[in-house]
Write a protein that binds this ligand. Structure first.
Ligand code: UDX
Length: 474
């Protein structure tokens, strides 16, 4: 398809972490499928990796996806490669990001494809300011749950008294079940080492009113009570527009008119071990424990050892994602037969998996997950029960949601012990309670698929956004 000069151009920009890149790319595909020209943008630090993963080089015309086109472009945010901690990296983005984004918007206009809307991200609140100052309509893609949005909003506006770590008070927020200190995103705990992230997310509320849309990676059926309660909060928060779950459902899944190019495109920062899917093909239906803690959680050496022994003791085959930075922590001799077979050939250890394909595989019985919001939605959409093993941030709230609200799994509490791993896996794999969890997970999967199918509630919200952007661009 030739580049359609008349197609409205939307630029999505995100923090360069996997948990942010994935929902950005998936929303980009849906928008392109509906006929828009879409540019995905982030820090130059991920330029080469995203080009390798997507097969699309930066700065070009991009590729056709459905009725539209998808391209990549990156901020010119010179980075000397010095190892920066999170605080310093966010500061780097805050200083070099705004002029770089303004320049990028100018370059797009000069190239004959003026940007009709910038879709920012909670970690980059400055993107909304740059767009608004340039007279370009702005949106925000909230990459966590509506529940977490509501908690942060109440916190940022001082609307409720938050329980402190260790006290047993409960937090009452309209539309949410009562929450203990352990259920609240840990960034809000005064002692949390990543408090800078909580501050950054709260910083988003200072200028969210400048955005015309707050798109959220969730769906109306999943968070109905939270969505219904938010408009009654004073001061009134921006309206959340659910456009999720932003997950890959495979070719022919949800993408109306998609020719498959979009469905195949990935944004992995670590290259996925596709061979694990062939290994899953050799396993019995509903037998494999899939374990992963996402892209940033670092377990201690002790926790890695307990996980290894626990998975080996659980008696089920397992597929375990151990990222390259964590691999040195594996117990000596745990990996046999080169990189692949662990625990006497019953397990496979990979540095990164094609998680969407893994969760969709009939051999997978359960997902031992850290409950990042993407993983949470992916397991909901795939209908796979969980062993919930949150570490920090919104993962704590997501775990409560999966286990106590959706009733599709069990908690695995810290400190991690091998017996705990085995017991939790047993509890979600076999027995009447496991059957009930699987039935709940299946029901949620059907609802998740229906909401993104043509005419489903999230699909209609995406279409309404596309229509409004197109109308304003005329
Ligand atoms: C983090 C937070 O935990 C999350 O809650 C927040 O919303 C975004 O930042 P992360 O910890 O990496 O993200 O977890 P998660 O949100 O689950 O995102 C990880 C993504 O990587 C998922 O889309 C998952 O499918 C993908 N993944 C993970 C793989 O494709 N392969 C793997 O082996 C592991």
């Amino acid at each position: 398809m030739a580049e359609d000069a008349a197609a409205p151009h939307v630029l999505l920009i995100c923090y360069p972490g996997q948990g942010h890149i994935n929902p950005m790319l998936r929303l980009a595909k849906r928008l392109a499928t509906k006929g828009l020209l879409v540019t995905c943008c982030s820090s130059s630090i991920v330029r080469d990796k995203l080009a390798a993963a997507s097969g699309v080089s930066a700065g070009g015309a991009g590729v056709p996806v459905g009725r539209g086109r998808l391209r990549f472009d990156f901020l010119d945010d010179p980075f000397d490669g010095t190892e920066l901690d999170l605080h310093d990296f966010l500061h780097h983005l805050e200083t070099s990001g705004p002029p770089a984004l303004a320049a990028l918007l100018r370059r797009q206009a000069e190239a004959g494809r003026p940007v009709a809307c910038v879709v920012g991200n909670p970690f980059l609140p400055w993107a909304t300011d740059v767009a608004a100052d340039a007279g370009v309509p702005a949106a925000v893609l909230w990459v966590q749950s509506c529940a977490v949005f509501s908690i942060y909003y109440h916190f940022a506006n001082g609307l409720v008294k938050f329980p402190r770590e260790g006290d047993d008070a409960r937090l009452a927020i309209p539309g949410l079940p009562d929450l203990s200190a352990a259920d609240v995103p840990s960034f809000l705990h005064a002692s949390h080492p990543y408090k800078v992230l909580g501050d950054t997310v709260q910083g988003q509320f200072r200028n969210m009113a400048r955005a015309s849309w707050v798109l959220v990676n969730s769906f109306a059926e999943l968070e109905r009570d939270t969505l219904a309660a938010l408009p009654g909060v004073t001061p009134r928060p921006p309206r959340l527009i659910p456009v999720g779950p932003l997950v890959e459902l495979g070719v022919g899944g949800q993408e109306e008119g998609d020719d498959g190019a979009g469905a195949a495109m990935r944004g992995d920062l670590i290259s996925a071990a596709e061979e694990c899917v062939a290994w899953l093909d050799t396993q019995a239906p509903r037998s494999v424990v899939y374990a992963s803690v996402g892209s940033i959680v670092m377990l201690s050496a002790e926790a890695v050892a307990e996980m290894a022994h626990g998975l080996a003791a659980a008696g089920q085959p397992f597929l375990w994602v151990v990222r390259p930075d964590t691999r040195p922590l594996l117990p000596e001799g745990f990996i046999l037969d080169g990189a692949a077979a662990a625990a006497g050939g019953r397990g496979m250890v990979v540095p990164w998996s094609p998680q969407d394909r893994v969760l969709a595989h009939p051999a997978v019985a359960c997902f031992l997950t850290h409950c990042g919001w993407n993983s949470t939605l992916e397991t909901v959409a795939a209908g796979v029960p969980v062993v919930a093993f949150p570490q920090w941030g919104d993962q704590c709230t997501d775990a409560k949601f999966l286990v106590d609200d959706l009733r599709m799994g069990v908690h695995l509490r810290a400190p991690l012990r091998r017996e705990g791993v085995r017991e939790a896996v047993d509890a979600v794999v076999a027995g009447p309670e496991a059957d009930a969890m699987r039935a709940n997970a299946r029901a949620w999967s059907a609802t998740a698929r229906a909401t993104v199918a043509l005419g489903g509630s999230s699909d209609l919200h995406v279409q309404a956004f596309v229509d409004e952007v197109s109308r304003r661009a005329r």
